[in-house]
Design a protein around this ligand. Structure first.
Ligand code: HXC
Length: 268
């Protein structure tokens, strides 16, 4: 089994045990950005349940993360589009760990298609995975997150801040996710629950970047203000901050982790 390279360096800003005794529930945690977010939270002391459709990949990732962090990670097979499946994953989490402190709503679908070539079912499918899936996850976890006065992070995107071609389905879905998080923050704030959004910019080496950005842009960086693409470590560090007590008065926010690339307008 390959050892997971530490994504949070030994000179990490936060103490190793800040999440000791806490439990993370992460949809989409079997791979990519959400796997790294889970690893980061586990490296700071939490146990985790990762949720996804592909049990084999989830099981392998859970073993990797447990081995790398010394914490316990369990796989739970569920499709976020189906409330009953998510409820069962939550029940499994409670049975094993007795609590849920942190939730990452990260399960997402994406492919490139112009409006003129996108079928109704293609649009609906991404809305159902990203938006309805987020709602289903919130609904199933909320009683437990209220009980622990816990915190949500929703993984969104920056592409809906402008008209991004071939991404109408994802843009609509992520705009709804941002809005859902804001409402959750306002409604549940009095119960001690926080909700924030991380909007990743171009993150190197992820499925999203490899499959969805034009080949000619990949690696050449283009006009990136930070002079580099993002790394999963950047998203992981933002995750640790937002779940930590250092962010206890931050809720209802969208934090773009994109090296300021959304502020850069093309000159032509
Ligand atoms: C056009 C497509 C398509 C494509 C699927 N569809 N792929 N249409 N181009 N490439 C259409 C199908 O034809 C069908 O409509 C409908 O979508 C449902 O497809 P299914 O394959 O039946 O659905 P399902 O098995 O549920 O899979 C859904 C999926 C998913 C959305 C395609 O498998 C998927 O996206 N997997 C990739 C996950 C991923 O990459 N996640 C990371 C996202 S990164 P019809 O009409 O034919 O029935 C991200 C960040 C964005 O989101 C930032 C980018 C830089």
């Amino acid at each position: 089994m390959a050892y997971v390279q530490p994504i949070v360096s030994s000179d990490a800003v936060f103490k190793d045990d800040i999440f000791k005794g806490k439990v993370l529930f992460c949809t989409g945690g079997g791979s990519g950005i959400c796997k790294s977010m889970t690893e980061a939270v586990m490296r700071h002391g939490a146990d985790a349940v990762i949720v996804g459709r592909k049990l084999e990949r989830l099981t392998q990732t859970a073993e990797e993360l447990s081995r790398a962090t010394g914490r316990t990670c369990l796989p739970a097979q569920a499709d976020v589009r189906h409330p009953k499946q998510i409820q069962e994953a939550v029940a499994k989490t409670i049975e094993k760990f007795g609590r849920i402190d942190f939730v990452i709503c990260g399960a997402a679908g994406n492919f490139l298609a112009p409006i003129s070539g996108l079928s109704e079912n293609g649009f609906k499918t991404v809305i159902e995975i990203d938006t309805l899936g987020t709602y289903n996850t919130i609904k199933a976890t909320l009683p437990h997150v209220r009980a622990s006065k816990g915190s949500y992070i929703h993984v969104s995107a920056t592409l809906h801040y402008r008209g991004t071609p071939y991404q109408v389905h994802v843009s609509a879905a992520k705009a709804a996710v941002d809005a859902t998080s804001a409402v959750l923050a306002v409604e549940e704030g009095p119960h001690g629950v926080r909700s924030n959004v991380i909007a990743p910019g171009p993150i190197a080496g992820t499925e999203g970047a490899d499959r969805l950005t034009p080949k000619e842009a990949n690696g050449s960086m283009g006009p990136m203000p930070a002079g580099r693409w993002g790394d999963v470590k950047d998203i992981a560090n933002a995750t640790i901050f937002l779940f930590s007590d250092a962010a206890s008065f931050i809720s209802g926010q969208v934090i773009a982790v994109d090296g300021a690339s959304e502020h850069l307008r093309p000159t032509q």
